[in-house]
Design a protein. Structure first.
Length: 360
């Protein structure tokens, strides 16, 4: 497979974003020496986030700092495999990927390094970063229960554990056990309930599935809206993206769905709804380590976090930043306070448990 670094390019999203550049930044730029007199700094970024979800922020970072960001995008597993195969010769300085499970895998593979940053530790709650400083969460995504309006009374719902009850037989859509999001959900339940209870739950959940797992989170939402099931388990940013889509095939199924926040106070143990992160890690081979850290710090700045919330339908990892209007309509919820490095540590056990339970 061929990979190539993508250089920054101008786009309508970038132009809109850059209109918000403070005048002080322009004034500062006028005081700098000519570009020819400065050494060109750069960061080589491997990103599992799609280019249109990250490029406007990278362009803003370059305009604010003069540091060029060279981008490679790809699937999370492919990028990790590439870092492993490249070893110390990797050109990558920074890995941006989704799910704490993937970030933990990168750490365990020995392709990341620990860093310290007052800006990062101040902005990011401890539960959303690696205790040794190998990775830091940049945005949050929740994985609640979605139900079809009019077919499910939300009063019937309570916890993830309750999805194993007989009344949900043939009524649940969820993607496969090979999906890292579901693996992390199961890992969180192992932490909360123990492996034996979680395996019993997984077996009952499989028995309650309306169909063998297939497709992504959007497919589960569309299947529910089409009447194939009554409930779907999916990340909120997929539903947000569908609601804001110009494509009726995306928007109309989403309009039939509502969100239920499971495991809230008064429901079961009240530990909170499962959440996860997208995050970043400086690579072990990084030749531009300081510039990579500066980019990470920029991505948790108020302006970047506000952009994440508005453009990506994700929750800011910085607690003081407002969520987007779509997410605000869904109300506030208690998030599970589990330290997310445990999701990676328990990933292998979660996968084996799901296999034994017959979760395809």
């Amino acid at each position: 497979m061929f990979y190539a670094f993508s250089r920054p390019r101008h786009s309508s999203a970038r132009r809109r974003f850059l209109t918000q550049v403070p005048l002080v930044a322009v004034a500062l730029a006028l005081t700098l020496p000519p570009a020819s007199a400065l050494a060109i700094e750069e960061v080589n970024l491997y990103s599992a986030r799609k280019e249109d979800l990250i490029r406007p922020l990278l362009d803003r970072f370059t305009d604010a700092t003069g540091i060029q960001v060279n981008l490679v995008t790809g699937k999370a597993d492919a990028l990790l495999q590439r870092l492993r195969s490249e070893g110390v010769n990797s050109p990558a300085d920074l890995l941006l990927t989704v799910d704490a499970g993937n970030l933990h895998r990168a750490k365990e593979a020995g392709v990341t390094q620990a860093i310290t940053s007052d800006a990062l530790t101040t902005a990011i709650p401890a539960s959303y970063r690696d205790p040794q400083g190998h990775w830091y969460g940049l945005s949050l995504r929740a994985r609640p229960i979605l139900y079809v309006k009019g077919r499910v009374d939300p009063a019937e719902l309570s916890t993830y554990e309750a999805l194993a009850a007989p009344e949900w037989k043939g009524r649940i859509c969820i993607r496969s056990s090979s999906n890292i999001y579901n693996q992390s959900l199961v890992a969180s339940m192992i932490t909360a309930n123990g492996a034996d209870a979680t395996e019993a739950w997984a077996r009952a959940l499989v028995a309650n599935m309306a169909r063998p797992p297939k497709g992504g989170d959007r497919d589960q939402i569309k299947a529910a809206a089409a009447g194939q099931c009554d409930l779907a388990v999916a990340n909120t940013y997929y539903l947000a993206g569908m609601l804001e889509s110009d494509d009726p095939a995306e928007r109309e199924p989403a309009l039939q769905m509502a969100i239920f926040w499971p495991n809230q106070p008064g429901q079961g143990d009240g530990r909170g709804t499962h959440v996860n992160v997208s995050g970043a890690a400086v690579t072990k081979a990084a030749r531009n380590r300081d510039a990579a850290i500066r980019l990470m710090e920029f991505l948790v700045s108020p302006e970047s976090q506000a952009w994440y919330a508005e453009a990506n339908g994700e929750y800011p990892v910085v607690e003081s930043i407002d969520v987007s209007p779509v997410l605000a309509k869904w109300g506030r919820f208690k998030a599970d306070t589990l330290t997310l490095d445990q999701l990676g540590a328990l990933n292998g056990e979660a996968v084996r448990l799901m296999d034994r339970a017959g979760w395809k």
